[in-house]
Design a binder for this molecule. Sequence first.
Ligand SMILES: Cc1cc2nc3c(=O)[nH]c(=O)nc-3n(C[C@H](O)[C@H](O)[C@H](O)COP(=O)(O)OP(=O)(O)OC[C@H]3O[C@@H](n4cnc5c(N)ncnc54)[C@H](O)[C@@H]3O)c2cc1C
Length: 288
Amino acid sequence: MREMHYEAPKTVEAALALLSSAQGLAKVLAGGTDLLIEMRSGLEPELLIDIKGIPELNVIAVENGGFRVGAAVTCMELIEHEAFASAWPGVIDGIKLIGSIQVKGRATLGGNLCNASPAADSVPALMAAGSSVNIVGPDGSRQLRVEDFAAGARKTSLAKGEILTSFLLPRRLPHSGDAYLRFTPRTEMDIAVVGAGVNLTLDDSGVCSEARVSLGAVAERALLVPEAAAALIGTRLDAAALERLTFAASAACRPIDDKRGTKEFRIKVAGVMARRAAEIALARARKS
Ligand SMILES: Cc1cc2nc3c(=O)[nH]c(=O)nc-3n(C[C@H](O)[C@H](O)[C@H](O)COP(=O)(O)OP(=O)(O)OC[C@H]3O[C@@H](n4cnc5c(N)ncnc54)[C@H](O)[C@@H]3O)c2cc1C
């Protein structure tokens, strides 16, 4: 086994300097709930850069009427943040599904996105919410929509030396609601076979004026499905609109076959999950 170094910088600048000076493989360590498992399976970084002690990465703050969430904020901190949870119940639906209470106490939103699993539960909900991320690196900072972050299964669009620092969730319009649902063979501690996120806004007469629909675990990365959103916009989510949504969600899938679900099953269930998530988002929008 090779020698491994552990560093816990207190600023983003110090973390970036460590990343750029590393000779061998350097890995950012957040909660470690994915990374430590990879290391047990043989990954041997030369340098671990623990970002949990960087104060600015641990903040949940109101910004331009929306929320700025630091990349090292844990799932439990978000679940317990009343204003965030009431603004974005669908994002919380996704976060609540991540592992056990113990896992959620360590796991971060940044780690869930940066691990780039196509089945990550917070990611479709963050995409439906219209979230973006802030990334910093040797050349400064840049912003990216969450849907553009994953480059494929277990691949991100982070360049060498870059760190994800925060998420920005937009201002919530009145009469808006979101929801995330997943299908798993077991009720807890399982990986999504299909996940679906819906975020929508109603106008004063109850007609859907904006919508975003996303799917997880049905392609090499989570997908935003504009055709499914278009099925809802301009409607009251009547039976015909929900039928079109179901069809569009299923049509967008390009899943794999594995022991947890066949392609055909995933395609069918994606439509069902999207429809059910839309119904929950609608009920939440009517109450807000
Ligand atoms: C028992 C168990 C059950 C689980 N169940 C679920 C589940 O139901 N749904 C689900 O989605 N996930 C699940 N997970 C996976 C995991 O908990 C989540 O993906 C979690 O959000 C990862 O966050 P973390 O902070 O632990 O990431 P880490 O393990 O610290 O990091 C994950 C990856 O992201 C990189 N990284 C982390 N933060 C940054 C950053 N800010 N900038 C750049 N790179 C970064 C790391 O280098 C690493 O490659 C489960 C894990 C366990 C152990």
